[in-house]
Ligand binder design. Sequence first.
Ligand code: ASP
Ligand code: MG
Length: 424
Amino acid sequence: MKVFKFGGASVKNADAVKNVAAILARYPDQKLIVVVSAMGKTTNKLEELISALYAQDHRIYAGLIDDIKAYHAEILAGLFAEKHYGIYHEIEEVFEQLAQLFFKPLAENRAYQYDQLVSLGEYISSKILAAFINEQGYSSAWLDAKTVIRTDNTYQEGQVDWNKTGELCQQKVTTLFEKVNIAITQGFIGHTAEGFTTTLGREGSDYSAGILAYCCQAQSVTIWKDVPGMLNADPKYFEQTQLLEAISFKEAIELSYYGASVIHPKTVQPLQQKNIPLYVRSFLDPGAPGTTISQNAERDAQIPSFIVKFNQVLVTFSRKDFSFIAEKQLSEIFAALAHMKAPINLMQNSALNFSVLVDHNKMDLAQLQQQLGQDFHIRYNENLELATIRHYNDGILSQMQKNKTCLVLQQTRTTARLVLSPII
Ligand code: ASP
Ligand code: MG
């Protein structure tokens, strides 16, 4: 059995959904779990909807429902020649429930409400894909992710109960595959022991694929994307990129940790534990091999990889009395940053200074000043870039610094990290 994951871009309109069906047709008589994300940018729209709900702004709320409904209606119209009763009815019902939700008392726990509402994007997309595939005559069934992926009650970031999920997979998936070849299910979604919906964090559908592969002992996972595979740099910022044909699990985890956005960072861990290979392939060119991520690390060092994070701020703390920054002061600084939910991308210390590099949009400098300004001088540098290079060489290091000032350089044998400022 194989797990396939299709993201929002791969089901963004009727033609894209037809393309997914065409890809599945390339795997006749195979057992496939197909994990699908919400269509296009639906999750963002649903996040706006939850904001409008909590702002109790009916005009915006109703307008958003109209938009999301019209978007899916167009896809349905492109897929089903006649008003196919079942699927039209099922989707209509979702929007009716959403419309009524506005007039119900607001759930106190907004994260809980978020999960019940925002997960509908995946519910709708999986229902439409399953109906289409079925209509086309594939041996398939819709599988409710809420009956297989069990999490705790951490809404918006459900923590997986691996044992229970394993048990549920054995029961549900095994019996489903006795009857059909393809199970269409939702990414991003889990459920609590009480049966409430949880979500696994934004972009969590890849992770769902990893969880299901682990718990159902899959042969492999394939993530179908609009890029040829994992590239050694983001083509948005680098002119020449190279395909990483084969990298190890460890390398993939490192790259996603540093910010490579092709796969969700948590996805690889379960696969690595059971040695299940992960393929990243293009849904636009399904015959191309893409990237293979496996235990094999032979080719990890062949191609240097570049990951750049923009809009960074380097915050430097020094004590007002010129004394050392020791563990006690560090713990105060870390506590303030943790409270702010500002993850540290890099840190550096000397006797008198301690610096952290953080995404600017997660950093509230005024709040930091208020919390720590009494004991510390706090200085900062804005508009910086953090460049991480895996498997670098000296030539690359100097090239990266061209027309830039390098504020911090950290090197290990495999990884170089540079904090760069444009020369003004
Ligand atoms: N639809 C969810 C999101 O956009 C999950 C996913 O696509 O991976 O975050
Ligand atoms: Mg997505």
